[in-house]
Design a protein around this ligand. Structure first.
Ligand code: NAD
Length: 433
């Protein structure tokens, strides 16, 4: 099939590349000319394992190309996929300006029957608005469909090629047939539904996962007070098929470009129909507070952070990505700086993006985990990159001025730590002092 993918970010680029890999002819469009230039010259604007190789193979095979010319790409396409951003507005609602602008541009360009698919996460009713914009801009026949995206950054290629399910929301028989055929090589688990339910499935899924995270984080906080170990509690819970093992890892809370904005947006969606989503509001509140446990634990040990040097390992909101949007590290580091500490930060991939959001005279970005730890009064681990777990603890002890370790992701084991003199606080597990 001939596809145009509008928006070449984490979702659009990965989806476009994977559809090309399936043998489709794909044109990826972005209005950011520097992204397109980079992609055309063999570079990749985001970090995602395996992506570069797949781009190379599929561009070489002539199935994948990149352009800033939306109209040209749309005119050649049978199916146009919208994958532009839907960030949060200050009141928590989804900002639909990129969606509406792209819909206008698509409407002005289509020159024959086209299926317009929304992959971006959009509030219930948005696809109908897209259809209205398209109808204002063109007399050509078209159908719309909502096909929400569930990939996870860091394993986006694997998730796209092996999805748990594909949801197709459409009222059109032709769109249903075409989109089922497009996705059939990926999975047999295809749910066809109405557009509004498809839009809601995406928000409900993210809200549920966020709820699991906040739930286990609260259990962890209680475990700390009653002397239980949350990793054992989660394991014991996870064996129950009704509960499942995933998303029961206690830590410093969720971040990233989806859960924070999608939970806020769903609270707004509910509010617009006079429904107060009390549970989800609490999930957000718990998550917001959880990151401050790192500061509270540091202060419990050091009393005062003024003039202390704190090493930070991990800036991305999770491993294997360079995405720092709404990463808990942002607020944690800001708070440390506000309380008078100096910060030495290291992340294997995400430091360049992070430094675009946060600079400060007392914030130093380091080239290695060892450099960040050297001479620091304490170390906080915020992202569970594998290389952090691999460091021999006696070596880490020698690097730090004081052997204080706040492990925000429960990476280290008590057996290893008990051989050292570390003062160690993790999340929901017994501390060592
Ligand atoms: P992103 O910010 O990485 O990429 C969006 C891209 O769209 C940008 O490169 C931007 O320049 C481009 N763009 C905006 N308007 C355009 C236009 N008119 N024409 C051409 N290009 C345009 O966003 P993302 O992380 O890929 O997310 C995209 C959507 O997918 C969002 O709605 C998000 O909620 C959803 N989603 C994201 C993920 C994820 O893990 N990132 C997962 C599932 C769903």
């Amino acid at each position: 099939m001939k596809l145009a993918v509008i928006g070449t970010g984490y979702v659009g680029l990965v989806s476009g590349v994977c559809f090309a890999h399936q043998g489709n002819e794909v044109v990826c469009v972005d209005k950011a000319s520097e992204k397109i230039e980079m992609l055309r010259s063999g570079g990749v604007p985001i970090y995602e394992p395996g992506l570069k190789e797949l781009i190379q193979t599929n561009t070489a095979a002539g199935r994948l190309r990149f352009t800033t010319d939306l109209a040209d790409a749309v005119r050649l396409a049978d199916i146009v996929i919208l994958a532009v951003g839907t960030p949060s507005l200050p009141n928590g609602e989804a900002d639909l300006s990129f969606i509406k602008q792209a819909a206008r541009e698509i409407g002005e360009a289509i020159n024959g029957y086209t299926i317009i698919v929304t992959k971006s996460t959009v509030p219930v009713g948005t696809n109908e608005k897209i259809a209205a914009i398209l109808a204002e801009c063109t007399d050509q026949p078209f159908d719309i469909a909502s096909v929400p995206e569930f990939l996870r950054e860091g394993s986006a290629i694997h998730d796209t090629l092996n999805p748990d399910r594909i949801v197709i929301g459409t009222a059109s028989e032709l769109a249903r047939e075409q989109l089922t055929a497009l996705h059939a090589p990926l999975t047999s688990n295809i749910l066809v539904t109405d557009i509004r339910s498809a839009e809601m499935i995406k928000y409900a899924s993210n809200a549920f996962l966020a709820t699991k995270i906040s739930f286990i984080n609260e259990i962890a906080n209680i475990c700390e007070k009653v002397g239980a170990d949350v990793t054992k509690v989660a394991e014991g819970m996870g064996y129950d098929n009704r509960i499942g093992r995933s998303f029961l890892k206690a830590g410093i809370g969720y971040g990233g470009s989806c859960f924070p904005k999608d939970t806020q947006a769903l609270i707004q969606i509910a509010g617009h129909v006079d429904y107060e989503f009390k549970l989800l509001k609490s999930v957000v509140e718990v998550n917001q507070d959880q990151r401050y446990n790192v500061i509270r634990k540091l202060e419990a040990i050091l009393d005062n952070l003024q003039d202390m040097t704190v090493a930070i390992w991990g800036l991305a909101f999770k491993p294997e990505t360079d995405d720092v949007r709404d990463a808990p590290a942002l607020e944690i580091i800001q708070t440390l700086l506000e309380r008078g500490a100096s910060v030495k930060a290291y992340d294997p991939i995400a430091a360049a993006n992070f430094s675009k959001l946060l600079t400060h005279p007392h914030l130093e970005y380091c080239e290695s985990k060892e450099e960040a730890a050297r001479g620091a009064d304490a170390l906080c681990l915020l992202t569970e990159w594998k290389e952090f777990a691999d460091i021999p603890l006696p070596e880490l002890e020698r690097l730090l001025r004081k052997p204080i370790l706040i492990d925000g992701r429960n990476v280290f084991r008590e057996e290893e730590l008990s051989q050292t003199s570390f003062i160690y606080y993790s999340v929901g597990r017994p501390s060592l002092s």
